[in-house]
Design a protein around this ligand. Sequence first.
Ligand SMILES: [Zn+2]
Length: 250
Amino acid sequence: MADGFTCKVDGQYLSACKVSRGEDLPEYKDGYCVLHYPGYVPTQDVEAHEFAKFEKTLEEKREEFEKVRASKLDCGDYDFSGTIFAEGTSAFKDFEFDAQTNFAGAKFIGDVNFSGAKFSAEDTNFSAAQFSSEWIYFEEAQFSSKQTYFLGAQFYGKQTRFWRAQFAGFVTHFSTAQFHSKLTNFAHAQFHSSSTTAFTGVEFRSEETFFMEATFLAGWWTLPELPSRREFPSGERKQRREELSGWERD
Ligand SMILES: [Zn+2]
């Protein structure tokens, strides 16, 4: 890399340390480029003032970060693997990701908006991404990449919304993802990948999880393992769980 600088980020995410036309990103702080700079990380138990310090260091990188983000988006470089998105830097509403899209291992601190975004390259990868924001919006997003991965992704916060999202292409993998948001909504989602739609080992820990009117048309699929209480009230729930695990074995 230029000037002998190699970002301290985990090696698997080094491909993202670039700006337009493949130019390497310079060091921003503490051995990291601006995308991967994690902010001040407290070494002991996080107390309120420590956490404020952490947020401030992320806030400080925002201006520089936004320049790099815009430059990458302009030239179709959608490799944001391992990137730490500070509050206010995750607005991708209606954006068309028409080239390889990699958000693997990214951490989203602020609210996230991919509503109406279109993902159409060969691969779209959100594996191991962590969404710790209050609002996580993928509603009406269209995933038509050959492979769409949310393997092991973690969703926290208040609402995770995949309402009316469409998954086409060949493979859609949510396996081992964890949904911890208060509300997780996949209502009216269309899982139409031609080969596989997999929810193997997914944990639904939300108070409410909705899959009403969702359609699964893939050649092979596994269903979510734990329907929410609201969808299958008390008595019905156990029975539905048995049915669901029965389907899974087929
Ligand atoms: Zn980096």
